[in-house]
Design a protein around this ligand. Structure first.
Ligand SMILES: Cc1cc2nc3c(=O)[nH]c(=O)nc-3n(C[C@H](O)[C@H](O)[C@H](O)COP(=O)(O)OP(=O)(O)OC[C@H]3O[C@@H](n4cnc5c(N)ncnc54)[C@H](O)[C@@H]3O)c2cc1C
Length: 430
């Protein structure tokens, strides 16, 4: 009954090469680097043309979003698994910074735009030639609704919450892991069921890369949800139940999750300190305060590492050695530590002072990289690579952009870049 899907609840990280903001922070970057890290991070199976379109157009999309009312922060960060420091964040909390701006924009169109919530589309309507000419479904489970249109855009998101389907197609990176209910998801249950894939198939669109499923390392045990503290970015350590670091905290998400599964109980503590939370009353990027998270018992707090070790039941000498080891790497910018962590990031700094905060985390199903095959005009394509007349697709319902592993911050860049293109193409019936 509300707009926004995963975008609304997302961390809001949006990757783009932004000369103005990045230069002001001393970050060196280029569109070529962005392209290369996206291809490499995706195990080189993403479609180079789509990746080029994404990386070339992410910043023009930021500028367009600003014109449409989104206000970005000046500070650029590095989302978990972003393999670069180019993540933009809105001024309002998380993904709501974007969905609220576009909801306001819709209002400007008055009666020209009709929004139907609680109305899952269940059928694409096609004419005899195979052209998609409309869509139908049921409002509130009972009232039939049919919309006839010259163009239809699928923007129904991914299928991370469809437990049965994700297990059926799980033959890729996570084939050794059972993606059943024991592993949670960050996605909204009713929204992320993969409906768009069925609709696209019915119009003979090609569906690609379904086995490319992403797990995120920062899930909450029991639910897999991520709506607590802002866990992405830097200056937070991954500590296992022996009190040791075990992976480079800036690695890609598949590398992080694979490392976590090898730890005792397949879980770990995300350890932070005053550096990330200088003021417990100040909302972080997710709009959440540390004070509330402490009150809810989601995070543990201690003034010293010795006290923290007791609280989280790990050997104090290991915990202190792990922090010292990280601090050495953070002070020696450009040198690799034994896990491959390199503190080139202008944000990386030694973590020395309490209070310390720790939050237990597990891998969780987060993103589905496969979906409807599209071209750079966001047209849905059939098995022969020909556009399905009248059908367009954008966002997580599509495939081919992120390869086998999506970079943190690249989905929000993708949904707005290709979403904007899909709108233009559909309006012009390209
Ligand atoms: C908790 C969380 C944090 C994330 N953080 C980040 C981040 O910081 N940066 C980043 O790049 N990515 C992030 N992601 C991933 C990113 O948010 C998603 O990939 C992206 O928002 C998907 O956008 P979308 O428009 O394709 O789909 P969504 O935003 O999910 O929207 C799909 C919409 O379609 C609706 N829908 C579904 N089926 C039907 C149907 N049959 N008929 C009609 N409507 C339907 C849904 O209800 C929903 O409203 C995060 C994801 C989650 C869940």
């Amino acid at each position: 009954g509300f707009l926004g899907g995963s975008t609304n609840v997302s961390g809001g990280a949006l990757n783009a090469v932004d000369d103005k903001r990045q230069k002001a922070q001393g970050i060196e970057d280029s569109v070529q680097k962005f392209y290369e890290s996206t291809m490499k991070g995706g195990h080189n199976v993403g479609n180079p043309e789509l990746v080029k379109y994404l990386t070339d157009n992410a910043y023009p999309t930021v500028e367009w979003m600003e014109k449409e009312g989104v206000v970005f922060r000046d500070k650029i960060g590095a989302a978990t698994g972003s393999l670069g420091q180019r993540s933009h964040y809105g001024k309002k909390p998380a993904g709501y910074a974007y969905t609220s701006a576009f909801e306001n924009k819709l209002k400007e169109f008055g009666d020209h735009v009709v929004v139907l919530t609680e109305t899952p589309a269940s059928k694409l309507i096609m004419d005899k030639s195979g052209r998609v000419i409309g869509v139908s479904g049921l409002h509130a489970g009972k009232q039939p609704v049919t919309v006839m249109a010259p163009s239809v855009i699928l923007a129904t998101g991914g299928f991370g919450a469809n437990v049965k389907f994700r297990q059926e197609v799980n033959t890729g990176v996570w084939k050794e892991v059972t993606l059943d209910n024991r592993i949670g998801t960050t996605n909204i249950n009713k929204a992320a069921q993969g409906d768009g894939l069925k609709l696209a198939k019915s119009a003979h669109a090609d569906i690609i890369g379904l086995s490319d499923i992403q797990l995120h390392p920062n899930g909450t045990p029991g639910t897999g949800l991520m709506q607590d503290i802002a866990t992405s970015g830097r200056n937070r350590l991954f500590i296992n139940k022996n009190g040791d670091r075990f992976v480079s905290e800036s690695a890609a998400r598949d590398t992080l999750c694979k490392a976590i599964f090898k730890q005792p109980d397949g879980t770990y503590w995300l350890l932070m300190n005053k550096l990330r939370y200088p003021d417990e009353n100040k909302p972080d990027r997710m709009g959440v305060t540390m004070k509330d998270m402490l009150a809810l018992g989601r995070v543990k707090k201690a003034d010293t590492l010795d006290e923290m070790a007791k609280l989280i039941n790990v050997p104090a000498d290991h915990l202190k050695a792990a922090v010292a080891e990280y601090n050495k790497a953070a002070s020696n910018k450009g040198t690799k530590d034994k896990f491959g962590f390199v503190a080139t990031n202008t944000d990386d700094a030694p973590m020395t002072e309490g209070p310390w905060y720790a939050c237990l985390k597990v891998p969780t199903v987060h993103h589905t990289m496969g979906g409807v095959r599209i071209d750079t005009l966001a047209r849905a394509l059939d098995k022969d690579g020909k556009p399905v007349p009248g059908l367009y697709a954008a966002g997580e319902v599509t495939g081919g952009i992120h390869g086998a592993n999506r970079l943190g911050g690249n989905a929000i860049a993708d949904v707005f870049t290709f979403g904007r293109q899909a709108g233009a193409s559909a309006a012009q019936q390209k």
